[in-house]
Design a protein around this ligand. Structure first.
Ligand SMILES: O=C(CO)[C@@H](O)[C@H](O)COP(=O)(O)O
Ligand SMILES: [Fe+2]
Length: 214
């Protein structure tokens, strides 16, 4: 079954707790939490104190997407703030394998994200160590961007790598420009976790928006 993870980047930050509770009631599966540091990406969001403050707003898992340089320095703070799973960018990790194990040693499932310009081959040596692969379907940093069609080739490649290595339990997540139309394309190409910011939070009826994506 497809997992729907609304991205709170598109929520009203002045009412973040209420927005998160509302999205749980609307039928979300995970809460996607975009952390940006103004270095790895040209935008800045929030860090552990804000995540800890809104953590009581829902029982749903916090899926923390770290778009930050040197994540190894702060992963433990995100875990302590209430992250239920943590994804780091391959491009931001000098010691990717070590960072994945740092997340796992904290007792959390670890994910690896790749940017649109990064080939899937970087995943080969860590595929057996992760719980989730995140294929960025836009360049990270902002919500509301247009889906990059070449991502579909990358999803197909990843799905066949997973089948070949009998790793079908690994989640394949997509993030960026996911809407009713692209949701269909990415699921056909092998994705099973859909992150959606604008396609959920910009809609008046969020329950209907989530059902449509599902
Ligand atoms: O990580 C990111 C952006 O870098 C995302 O999670 C966005 O928040 C997705 O927003 P939409 O493209 O769905 O509006
Ligand atoms: Fe994200």
């Amino acid at each position: 079954m497809t997992i729907i993870a609304p991205s709170i980047l598109s929520a009203d930050f002045s009412r973040l707790g209420e927005e998160i509770s509302g999205i749980e009631q609307a039928g979300a599966d995970w809460i996607h939490v975009d952390v940006m540091d103004g270095q790895f990406v040209p935008n800045l969001t929030f860090g552990p104190p804000v995540i800890a403050a809104v953590r009581p707003a829902t029982k749903l898992p916090f899926d923390v997407h770290l778009m930050i340089e040197r994540p190894e320095l702060s992963i433990a703070h995100y875990a302590a703030a209430g992250a239920d799973r943590i994804t780091v960018h391959a491009e931001a990790c000098v010691h990717l394998h070590r960072t994945i194990y740092q997340i796992k040693e904290l007792g959390l499932p670890a994910g690896v994200a790749i940017n649109p310009g990064t080939p899937v081959s970087v995943l080969e040596s860590v595929l057996g160590d992760v719980d989730l692969i995140l294929v960025m379907t836009v360049n990270p940093g902002f919500g509301g961007q247009k889906f990059i069609p070449y991502s579909l080739n990358k999803l197909r490649q990843i799905r066949s790598m997973l089948v070949e290595r009998e790793l079908q339990h690994v989640h394949v997540q997509v993030d960026g420009g996911i809407n009713e139309e692209t949701a269909k394309l990415v699921t056909e190409a092998g994705a099973n976790v859909l992150v959606a910011g604008n396609a959920v939070f910009a809609q008046a009826d969020r329950a209907a928006a989530i059902s449509l994506l599902r």
